[in-house]
Write a protein that binds this ligand. Sequence first.
Ligand code: ADP
Ligand code: MG
Length: 706
Amino acid sequence: MTQDVLTSLIRPRSVAVIGASTQPGKIGYTVVKNLIEGGFSGRIYPVNPNASELLGLKVYPNVTAIPDSVDAAIITIPAKAVLPAIEECGQKGVKGLIIITSGFSEVGQKDLEQALVETAHRYGMRILGPNIVGVLSNTDRFNGSFAPFLPLPGKASLVSQSGALLIAIDAATFIRRVGFDKLISIGNMSDVDFADLITWLDQDENTSCISLYIEGFKEGRRFIEAARNARKPIIALKAGVSAHGAAAAASHTGSLAGAARVYGAAFQQAGVVQASDLDNLFDRTLALSLQPPMRGDHLLIITNGGGVGVLATDAAEKYGLPLQFAPADLQNELRQYMPEFGSPKNPVDLTGMAGADWYFDAIRHALPHSWVDGLAVLYCETAMTDPQEIAESIRRAVDESGVTDKPVAVSFVGGERSEDAMRWLVEHGIPAYGAPDIAVNALAALREFARMKETLSENFATCDANNPERARQIIAHARAEGRDVLTEIEAKEVFAAYNLPVAETRLATSEQEAVQIAHEIGYPVVMKIVSPDIIHKSDAGGVKVNIKDDAGVREAYRTILNNAKSYKPDARIHGIAVQEMAPWGTEVILGSVNDPTFGPTVMFGLGGIFVEVLKDVTFRVAPVSATQAQRMLDEIRGAPVLAGVRGEGPRDRQALAETICRYATMILDLADEVSESDANPVLVYEIGKGVKVVDARIILKKKPLK
Ligand code: ADP
Ligand code: MG
C-alpha cells in the first residue's frame, strides 16, 4: 500500500502542478516547463484559478476540476495556501504530494508542517518535502522539479537532503560521467524519509545503487532497519561533523560521541558504505552502480607502469585491501603476456611495452582465476599505444572471461585520448578514473559493501540479565532520593545484574566495618569515597589502591573522608567502598550515551591517554553483535595493544567482546532510565583470564519528580 503511494510520488502517470504560473522565472512556471521539456511520458495538469493556458497546456482552476485521476500533485503555492490545497487533493483522490514550497519547520513552523502531514494521512496520501527541489527520474523522463534538466542517465539513484546540492549534482553528472536514474529531494522529511525511500528504491528495477546525501535525521533506528534489509548497495555522504550535545554531556563518553562518529557506527551496522567527501560520493557511486560486490580480499592489479602500480598498492593498503602476491600458477600464466623484465607477482606489471593484446590476455586469464576477487586495471598513456584500443580490449576481455561476479575498476592516466577512452569504458559499464588510488578506493567500496552484508545476517548476542528487577530497584531507590547519579557501588550492582564482571565492592560506614570487609575480601584492597556528589573520585583524593593491612585500611578511611570533605564540603557521603584489588591488566573504557538520533549507543577505547588525548574510541548502536564487538576492538588505532606489547601475552579479546555485547544489552534494556554510563577502567587480562570492571558510573535521565 505504502509502496504504491510512493510509486505514485516517484513514478506518477499523471501530475497536477498546483501553482502553475504563466510568469517565466516563477517556480510554478519552471516546473511545468521542465515537465514538458524533460519529455515526461505521463499527463501534465497545470492548476491555477487565474489562467486558462500555459505552454500549450489547458490550465485547471483547481485540482478537483481535472477530468482524469491524479497520481501526484506538485505544490508550488505559498506556504499559507498549502493546507487547503492538500485538503482538495485528498478529496480529488491524489496519492502523493510533492511539496516544493518552503516556509515550514525549517523556519520554525513545525505545527503547520505537522498539520500538512495529518491532513495528507487522513486521505492516505504521503508527502515528499516540504522545502524540496522535486523529483527527477530518467525512467519516465519525469522532471518534476525546478532543476533545469534530467541528470545523465545511469543506474544509481540519489536522495539528497540539500536541494541546492541536488541541483548542482544534477549538472555535475555530465562532467563527472556518473549517471543517475533518479534524483529525489527529501527536504524537511515531514513524512517520507530516508528509510521509506531506501525501501522503495531497493525494489526499483532501474536503480542498482542508492546514494544518499545526509545532513541529519531523527529516527535513526528506522533508518538502520531499512538499510539492513536492503539488498542493493547504499552509500552515504554525511555532512555536519561537528559534535552535538557534547558541551552538555557530563561524562567522557558524551563528550566523545560527536554526531559524525555515531552516524559512522550506525552506517556500519546498517551495511551502508560511506563516502568521505563529494568527489568520493561520485566515484564510489559509479563503482557501486556498475559493478558487483567484491566477495574476498584478493585484489589483483594489472598495470603497464610501475609508478601507478605503486600508487595503487599504497592505496590498497590504505583502504583496507593490502596486496598479496598472486599464487604461482597465476603468475606462470601471466608471465606469457609480458617481457622478461615484467613482473607477474602483484601488481602485475606488463611494462610500457604492453599493448591492447597483452592487456586482453592478462585480464582474460586473471579474472576467472579462483584466487582473484577483484581487479584494478591501470594504464599510463604511452606514445606506442592507443587508449581507445586498450579500453576496448579491457571490455572484451571481461566479457569473454564470462565472469560477472567479480568487480573491475580501471584507471587511465593521460591526456584527452585517455579521457575519451574512459568515457567509453563508463558507458560500457566499467568504472574508470583518472588516478589509480581512486580506482582502488572504488573497489574498496565494493569490498566494504560485501563485508558489511556478510556480518549483518548474524544474530545478536543474547545476554540475559540475571536480575534485571534488582537493577530497576537500585535506580528507583536513587530516584526516590532525588538523585540522577548512581554511586559506584550502585552502578556496579546494576552492571552485575547484567552479568558484567565487576570487582567485588562493598560499602563501609565505619573504620571497623571497613577492616571487617577487607578481611572478608582479602588483602590487598582498594578504598574509595562513595558520594553521589563526587563523580571523579581521584580528583577528590578519594581513591587509595594497594592497601595491605588493617592499619592501612584505618588510615585510608580517615584520609579519604578528610580529602572528600575539603574537596566538596557539602557533598553527601554514603561511606567508603572497600573492594578487591584487581591485578594489573590493560586498561580499556566502555561507555554509553543516549544519542538523540540513534538512542542507546556504546563506546569502546583504550584507557588513559588513548581516550583522553587521542580520543581513540569507536561506537556502535545497541544492541551489538559478537562480530561487531570484535570489529570495534580492531577499529581503534591502539588495537595492537590488545595483541600484547612489551612481552605481554595477547589479551582476552573474546571476553572483552562479550563484555561489550552485555554492556550494550544493558543500556538498551535500561534505555528509558540511563542517560550516560561508563566502565572506566575495565582491566583486560591474558587470553583465558577474562576482564574486570573496577569502576562504574551511571547517570540517569533527568525526570521531573512526581
Ligand atoms: P575515578 O572516579 O577517579 O575514575 P577509579 O575508581 O577509576 O576512580 O579509580 C582510579 C584508578 O584506580 C583506576 O583508573 C584504576 O587504575 C585504579 N583502581 C580503581 N579501582 C581498582 C581496583 N578495584 N583494583 C585495581 N585498581 C583499581
Ligand atoms: Mg574511573
